[in-house]
Design a protein around this ligand. Structure first.
Ligand code: FES
Length: 91
């Protein structure tokens, strides 16, 4: 399971972390990745000044705008599925 941690601290919330999470949830469903990828809220990651902060495993991202959700998803999440880090789901 790939866990996407999205900061829901006050600074990131004001910048739209809820909206980013909603959009990523929608894309997980669209790509049938339920059970392979999940999103959890996280406390402040101490990178508030850089914008919305997201951790995927050991990788740390910041400054992700809700409008960039799709680009971020296909680059950083689908990329991991396609590279074999995550198994593809059989229908
Ligand atoms: S509130 Fe998100 S990094 Fe601090």
């Amino acid at each position: 399971m790939l866990i996407i941690e999205i900061c829901v601290g006050s600074s990131c919330s004001l910048r739209g972390s809820d909206e980013l999470a909603s959009e990523l949830f929608r894309l997980i469903k669209k790509e049938n990745l339920d059970g392979l990828v999940d999103i959890v809220g996280a406390f402040c990651m101490d990178t508030c000044s850089k914008g919305i902060s997201v951790h995927i495993g050991e990788r740390e991202f910041s400054g992700i705008q809700p409008q960039q959700a799709e680009e971020f998803f296909y680059k950083e999440i689908i990329g991991q599925v396609e590279s074999g880090i995550l198994p593809k789901k059989m229908d």
